[in-house]
Write a protein that binds this ligand. Structure first.
Ligand SMILES: Nc1ncnc2c1ncn2[C@@H]1O[C@H](COP(=O)(O)OP(=O)(O)OP(=O)(O)O)[C@@H](O)[C@H]1O
Ligand SMILES: [Mg+2]
Length: 506
């Protein structure tokens, strides 16, 4: 289906999120929607999928002007949006989940639905266990479920807003294969992403937004550096590899084991040094998140010892860890990290540890303004966090980490950030390392892990291998380990680390 938008405008107070966007996408195209954080991508996608109305402008589908008053309305017109955080209902079975939103059927017939979905899934190369509970599916499988549901409801235009965060490389390949097949059938795909390699691989055209305007379009072959300079109006290059690691132990783990849900972490020992950055690699659900949470005191350890400098933190709770200088930043921005409805100032006030009864709003506002400047956040002290763009929410979360934190545990700290912001953020983080802090972080981006870590731990099914020396490890080696392949004996493990003798399981 051909999609056209004409002069779409959407303002939020003084912010011109969409400032007269005109764009035309032919049927069968997979168009990459690019642009820096806050450029207006999600705003445009939400308008196209009926989640919010434009202030003015026109949407035409196959040449006909339409008004999309709600997501249900949009899907009736054939436009469906796949959200980054799946909107499904975890305790339900897959088949029942599909039936939600099925049009005009009071008592939908499960058998019919199952058959219809199976008919759709097969040719797309997807297999879905309809009897499974949704809660037991991985993020990637839930995404496939949502995609099939939209197709079953008749979607001919599919909008995907940053769909590849949190899914495995295999699932991504599968998703891309599916999208290509859908495009061959004449369906139109709008693909919002900050991952330019993916855009290069998948998209048949690209549209770049900046400050609410369409500033350019491109056709393949795409060059990543060209796309970057279109997005930022200049070249962006990551700086030198920076290491601030010292030989001084800051955080010591001795035979630490933990368990959460299905994941059981085997006993693990490691000394993390002052100034050091440790990257945690692994597919979603391989144990790295449990590891991070155990280090934060959020998941009780089942054995072993955790020490920060000379303080024994073993068995203490999160608040105690925090008081002693351990900071934790979760990946789920609006579920665990930020509180919807509260402004940046209010968040800053909440993270202050000043004794006293009265809340000093004015100093809170000043501090918020300062952090906004420091972290280059597009927003004001009074902005409620849910009004910030995805990337700016992420910056806010990191800006809230207290300056004095000694160990920073960061779950996917750069998720959803544009390339320039990733570089900027790591400059800020490395400054903290330079002041003697340590960072432990997870990322699904292997290049990021290799570039910014000193050492890397790889997780597979609750087993930890490494640490690897990031300087001498390649993307391929890391990829193998993440997939559970054994490459011990290939000499890539950091032999000098005492942990090796501790019997770290590979
Ligand atoms: N509901 C809202 N209230 C106020 N401002 C908003 C609202 N939604 C979006 N904005 C603002 O509009 C601008 C564009 O936001 P949008 O979410 O479209 O950006 P984006 O291109 O998707 O960025 P990102 O890559 O960070 O996700 C931002 O400055 C954002 O703060
Ligand atoms: Mg967005």
């Amino acid at each position: 289906m051909e999609v056209q938008v004409k002069q779409i405008r959407k303002h939020f107070g003084p912010v011109k999120a969409n400032d007269g966007i005109t764009l035309s996408v032919p049927a069968g195209a997979i168009v990459g929607i690019l642009g820096e954080n806050g450029a207006g991508k999600s705003t445009l996608m939400k308008i196209l999928s009926g989640f919010q109305p434009a202030d003015s402008g026109e949407i035409l589908l196959d040449g006909k002007a339409v008004t999309l008053r709600s997501p249900a309305d949009a899907i009736r017109h054939g436009v469906g949006m796949l959200h980054q955080d799946p909107l499904d209902f975890p305790p339900m079975r897959v088949v029942d989940n599909l039936l939600i939103g099925a049009p005009g059927r009071l008592i939908p017939r499960r058998g019919d639905a199952a058959q219809a979905v199976a008919d759709l899934a097969g040719p797309l190369g997807l297999t879905l266990d309809l009897k499974a509970e949704v809660g037991s599916l991985t993020v990637g499988e839930r995404q496939q479920l949502e995609l099939l549901r939209l197709l079953w409801l008749g979607a001919r235009v599919l909008i995907l807003d940053e769909p590849t965060t949190g899914i495995s490389a295999t699932q991504r390949e599968q998703l891309f294969g599916t999208l290509r097949r859908l495009a061959e059938q004449g369906k139109t795909v709008l693909f919002v992403s900050h991952k330019l390699e993916e855009v290069q691989e998948l998209c048949t055209r690209v549209a770049v937004l900046r400050q609410g305007r369409l500033i350019g379009e491109a056709l393949p072959p795409f060059r990543v550096d060209k796309l970057v300079s279109m997005m930022f109006e200049r070249e962006v290059t990551p700086g030198e590899r920076l290491s601030c690691a010292t030989g001084d132990t800051l955080f010591r783990l001795t035979d630490v084991s933990a368990e959460q849900g299905r994941i059981k972490l085997d006993p693990f020992s490691m000394d993390i040094h002052r100034g050091e950055t440790i990257g945690l690699a692994g597919m979603e659900g391989s144990g790295q998140a449990v590891f991070l949470r155990s280090c934060a005191g959020l998941v009780a350890t089942t054995g072993g010892r955790i020490q920060l400098e000379d303080v024994d933190l073993t068995g203490k709770n999160y608040h105690h860890f925090k008081k002693k200088g351990v900071a934790y930043v979760p990946a789920a921005r609006l579920e665990e990290g930020l509180i919807p409805g509260l402004s940046i100032t209010e968040h800053v006030l909440l993270t202050q540890h000043k004794p006293g009864f009265f809340i000093d709003r004015e100093s809170g506002r000043k501090l918020a303004q300062q952090r906004i400047g420091d972290y280059n956040i597009k927003g004001t002290p009074a902005s409620p966090v849910e009004s910030l763009s995805g990337g700016n929410q992420q910056r806010t979360l990191l800006a809230l980490v207290r300056p004095g934190a000694k160990v920073m545990l960061l779950e996917q700290p750069t998720r959803g950030l544009d390339i320039e912001s990733v570089i900027y953020l790591w400059t800020k983080l490395k400054e903290r390392c330079n002041d003697g802090g340590s960072i432990v972080f997870t990322s699904s981006d292997l290049d990021e892990l290799l570039r910014y870590s000193d050492r890397i731990l790889v997780f597979f099914a609750g087993k930890v291998s490494g640490p690897l020396d990031a300087k001498t490890t390649t993307v391929d080696q890391l990829g193998y380990l993440i997939g559970g392949r054994d490459i011990s004996g290939t000499g890539i493990f950091d032999e000098t680390d005492p942990v090796q003798e501790g019997g770290l399981d590979g």
